[in-house]
Design a protein around this ligand. Structure first.
Ligand SMILES: [Zn+2]
Length: 146
């Protein structure tokens, strides 16, 4: 990617952000105006105003906010990707390492090559695993070899 492309993309993103904020702002204003109108008309029946006289406002406000949100998404997508790349990749690598280490231990356990198992003594009579310092098998009570 050339510098020109980068600059063009940055400019495009900036425009997306600005347009997104403006659309979101206008949409929010319409929506807020609607709620103000709705609730003031609601508490004031004598004015004769319909509570739905401004009901068109959300129909303009919500799509504007939605479009603004899409623009903002595009405007910040690069930053978001960068953020996620920086934030999640080390964490994912850490998790993967953790899982691998755990798995390694489990595989060692299954194969009986784990260090923990080396400090245990197999009972000659029943085959139970005893602590290395035990004199008698916890399971069958047979004397364990020194
Ligand atoms: Zn035993």
């Amino acid at each position: 990617m050339t510098n020109f492309d980068k600059d063009a993309n940055a400019k495009k993103r900036r425009i997306f952000r600005i347009v997104g904020f403006i659309l979101l702002g206008i949409g929010a204003v319409f929506t807020i105006l609607f709620f103000i109108s709705f609730f003031s008309a609601f508490g004031d029946f004598d004015s004769g105003d319909s509570i739905f006289k401004d009901a068109w406002m959300p129909f303009v406000g919500f799509p504007l906010m939605a479009i603004g949100g899409v623009f903002l998404k595009f405007g910040y997508m690069g930053s978001l990707f960068k953020y996620f790349a920086e934030e999640t990749v080390p964490t994912a690598a850490k998790s993967a390492n953790y899982i691998l280490n755990e798995t390694k231990d489990n595989i060692k356990d299954i194969l009986g090559t784990n260090d923990k198992n080396k400090k245990q003594r197999v009972c000659p009579k029943c085959g139970a695993l005893n602590e290395i310092e035990d004199k008698y098998c916890f399971d069958c009570g047979a004397k364990l070899k020194d």
